[in-house]
Design a protein around this ligand. Structure first.
Ligand code: PEP
Ligand code: MN
Length: 356
């Protein structure tokens, strides 16, 4: 159900929270003609600190039924426990989603899964707040084991203590790895909760489409500045329409023979370079082992902080000259350096190596 269409992503839009019948209907009316696939709204809101608006709860569910009756839009809400699943089903909600703060907790996910047994309603599972792919996959498996056949994943970014322009760091490598491990699973980007602001919404949405995501979930509110939750990241239906119109949807593949031949040649070059890289890395590890033996003979410690800093600093300078960014250089050299240490440890403690 959540797969992208020929030239358009699967679109989920609606307010962060259902504040009143008027606000919910005004948003839905604004979105009706834009061809969205699903109307979202939070009914029970998991707020970080007490005292904030925690949602209107069950009282808001009839408003979503009105949305369906008046606009024909299907609806989706977040559920965080068995009772909320029961209430949502009773009020005819079409799709449920598991929020980031629930995915993180297998007890909650299992309770939701148990409440879904025998009810094959589509379910979307947001990534957990922490960057843990197995926890995300585990939640998807629990929902699937309950007999739900229509499941999708929502990437909404990850909490991080580090300061960043994002509210929730995207760590794109995590959804990319999810795609590799579950290639059939539809993947949707919640650009609103990744960004936490309005300015970067289009950039993040386009990044997701460039990575072949199936859809987008975006928070839309008739008067965003006055929203009772997540005011900074919500946009009006008009701005949302502009965002959707600016998106470029890439094709997955083509049968153009010239393209296929050229891409084949380029991929061949990449394969050759990858092989060269592996040969170089292998040579580097042999030298690291020589160093390990030499240090052993002279009783010298493996880790030399000054030398490691020197490698890194030189790497940054030389990397920049070659168009490589510092973040990548740091990750790459740290991985290589760690592996060199492992090789040196192996020559210093051959017995330990043999035991494992
Ligand atoms: C939401 O979508 O309104 C929400 C609370 O999201 P998340 O679970 O991603 O924080
Ligand atoms: Mn929100």
């Amino acid at each position: 159900m959540f797969q992208k269409k020929e030239n358009r992503p699967f679109l989920i839009a609606g307010p962060c929270s259902a504040e009143s019948e008027e606000q919910v209907l005004a948003t839905a009316r604004g979105l009706k003609d834009l061809g969205i696939d699903l109307f979202r709204s939070g009914v029970w809101k998991p707020r970080t600190r007490p005292g904030a608006f925690e949602g209107n709860g069950t009282m808001a569910l009839p408003w979503l039924r009105l949305v369906k009756q008046e606009t024909g839009l299907k609806t989706t809400i977040e559920v965080a426990n068995g009772n909320q699943v029961y209430e949502a089903l009773k009020h005819g909600v079409d799709v449920l989603w598991v929020g980031a703060r629930s995915t993180v907790n297998p007890f909650s996910v299992q309770e939701i899964a148990d409440a879904l047994k025998g009810v094959d309603i589509p379910v979307l599972v947001k990534n957990p707040v922490n960057p843990d792919l197995d926890l995300w996959i585990g939640a998807i498996e629990r929902i699937r084991n309950a007999g739900v056949t229509n499941i999708g994943a929502i990437h909404r970014g990850f909490s991080s203590y580090a300061k960043s322009k994002f509210r929730n760091a995207p760590y794109w490598e995590i959804p990319i790895e999810l795609r590799r491990r579950m290639p059939e699973l539809p993947l949707i980007c919640d650009n609103s909760h990744i960004c936490g602001n309005r300015e970067d919404l289009l950039e993040v949405a386009q990044q997701a489409l460039d990575l072949n995501y199936d859809g987008l979930m975006t928070e839309v509110h008739p008067t965003p500045d006055a929203a009772w939750s997540d005011a900074k990241q919500q946009i009006t239906p008009f701005v949302y329409a502009e965002l959707v119109a600016s998106l470029i949807v890439r094709r997955e593949t083509t049968d153009n023979a010239e393209f296929l031949e050229n891409i084949e040649n380029l991929r061949h070059k990449i394969d050759e370079i990858d092989l060269e890289l592996l040969n170089l890395l292998s040579r580097r590890m042999r030298v690291a082992e020589d160093i390990g033996r030499y240090k052993l003979r002279n009783n010298i410690a493996i880790l030399q902080a000054v030398r490691w800093n020197e490698i890194l600093e030189k790497g940054f300078v030389q990397g920049r000259q070659r168009g490589l960014n510092d973040e990548f250089i740091e990750k790459f050299l740290a991985a290589v350096h760690n592996e060199s240490i492992t090789h040196q440890q192996a020559v210093m403690h051959p017995a330990v190596e043999k035991e494992v």
